[in-house]
Design a protein. Sequence first.
Length: 178
Amino acid sequence: MAGVLTGCTFTVEADVTTGAEATKAPGSFAEPFPEKLFTMDRVSVVPAAEGEAIPDGTHHKATGKQLTVTYRSGEGPTAGHQVVATGSQAQVSDLKAALDSLTEKAGKPAGARTDWVPVNPGVGPAAAACQNLAEGEGTRCYWVDADTVGYLHMSKEAAPYIPFDKTRLALEDLKKSK
């Protein structure tokens, strides 16, 4: 599947610097988030805006405060790279059904270059899917794991270089299994 979906391939090996303190439980979408994500700096962590919050569904329900974290790179060859993630701790009864529900509700906007494509979510159990948006709008992804639901938007500049699975692992402070 390499090359099928920009931003969801494994062509770039990057070092994830977590900077997270011991107060964060691994597997949680909560503060503290890493100060750096690949070449990007953390710009903000705010409560998810009403229109950006992930809706509850039949197979998932948020149990924590929904947060939006933004990372951006402003200089050099990575200028313009941006990742915005919204998520929360959740009760999830069925990973695949929850992911299917979220992607179905999100639909395929006019001009989208792909439908929702399953991608490697990283450490499991988890499920994830990404979609290339219209030219210049980047890539968006949903992920669901045992206790987290999240949404990620990568700018068109970042999407070809940001591996989804490593991004999710960094945001939740999870370690990749060997």
